[in-house]
Design a protein around this ligand. Structure first.
Ligand code: FMN
Length: 346
């Protein structure tokens, strides 16, 4: 089996999700059993403006905005650790080959693959020719995918994630264009662009797409339980399976041993946020989403979370030890030779 096929065969994959697939979620998903983890979609313009910095204090690699935000800080646009490299996919929002390549080259040594989002139906994406706008522009797809494949190191996989087009014939036509670009695989979210998430995914139609190409296909749409990873593969013939919303609701869907109680899962994700000194803003977002799906926000805990301004306050609200805050930093500093392992990239 070639390296690309091996990488994308029989894998349970965390789908890209904006604001959800930040580093704490990805690390926890991996601990639960995810084989491959996607980043949230990162827009080409923001990644291009960033500088790659190896943060010695934490052992993280950060892509930091070169411009300060309105509060005088430089936002971290994308963050990872070397341990993630073998399973991390950077998803880009782009409609342009040159910008896509610039971003991919910037992160090439930190990722296993770069994926282009061709499914996002939202205006902010499509108005710049990105997301699902690409589904109607095979020439643009060809330009982006071949530019990436020709110019990235061969060990970095190149993929994209599409939705179904209006007819199966059109989806197959696009799938063949994508395959001919030399991609390692591509994902299919088995819904039409016009479909809402609550409408069922079309596993039956995905089967025809899988049969029309020889590269691995990643099946996405309505994986709700751990057993569904196997079920979607066997019903569609896809090589691997990807899970979105069910992972947002309870990330332990990746556990072979079964789902954890909502509270235990929340605490695990919170611990990851604390350990890595994650941003308060995104920590609150992740926990809010989990509370909405379990106890709701209209209670003491929900109110306390809404009002929190620091990780300490959040830790106290959920009765997780505050000593966890920044503990990965302390662990990292204890390791010998970390100065040799990491150097600042210009
Ligand atoms: C909160 C949220 C954010 C999402 N963000 C992205 C994204 O950044 N890139 C992308 O390709 N798809 C994104 N999606 C779509 C998912 O990756 C996935 O295709 C979709 O949810 C269908 O899978 P599911 O039925 O398992 O949820 C997002 C979905 C959700 C719910």
């Amino acid at each position: 089996m070639d390296a690309a096929r091996e990488f994308y065969t029989n894998k349970n994959i965390l789908a890209p999700m904006v604001r959800v697939c930040t580093m704490p979620t990805r690390l926890q998903a991996t601990e639960y059993g995810a084989d491959i983890v996607y980043s949230e979609e990162i827009l080409d313009y923001s990644l291009m403006r960033s500088k790659r910095v190896e943060n010695h204090a934490f052992g993280t690699v950060e892509f930091v905005n070169t411009k300060e935000n309105s509060s005088g800080f430089r936002d971290v646009i994308f963050q990872t650790i070397p341990e993630e490299r073998g399973r991390l996919v950077l998803q880009l929002g782009t409609g342009d080959a040159t910008r896509a390549l610039k971003c991919a080259l910037l992160a090439a040594k930190d990722i296993s693959a770069v994926d282009i989002n061709m499914g996002c139906p939202l205006k902010f994406s499509t108005s710049s020719g990105a997301g699902s706008a690409l589904l109607k522009k095979p020439e643009q797809v060809r330009d982006i995918m071949t530019t990436l494949r020709r110019n990235l190191p061969s060990e970095v996989h190149v993929t994209c994630k599409i939705r179904l087009l209006e007819t199966t014939e059109k989806t197959i036509e696009l799938a063949r264009v994508i395959e001919a670009c030399g991609v390692s695989a591509f994902g299919v979210h088995a819904r039409y662009v016009s479909q809402r998430p609550r409408q069922p995914a079309h596993w039956d139609l995905m089967k025809h797409v899988v049969e029309s190409v020889s590269c691995p296909v990643i099946a996405n749409g309505d994986v709700f339980k751990h057993e569904d990873f196997e079920r979607i593969k066997s019903e569609t013939g896809a090589a691997s399976a990807m899970c979105g919303r069910a992972a947002l609701w309870n990330l332990s869907v990746f556990r072979e041993e079964g789902l954890l109680p909502a509270r235990e899962n929340l605490n695990n994700i919170l611990k990851k946020c604390l350990e890595w000194n994650h941003t308060v803003k995104n920590t609150k977002y992740l926990l809010r989403e989990l509370l909405i799906k379990s106890t709701g926000l209209e209670n003491e805990e929900g109110n306390a979370l809404n009002k929190s301004k620091t990780l300490e306050e959040i830790a106290r609200t959920f009765e997780v030890p505050e000593t966890l805050i920044g503990s990965k930093r302390r662990e990292h500093l204890k390791r010998p030779c970390e100065e040799d392992a990491l150097s600042l990239d210009s």
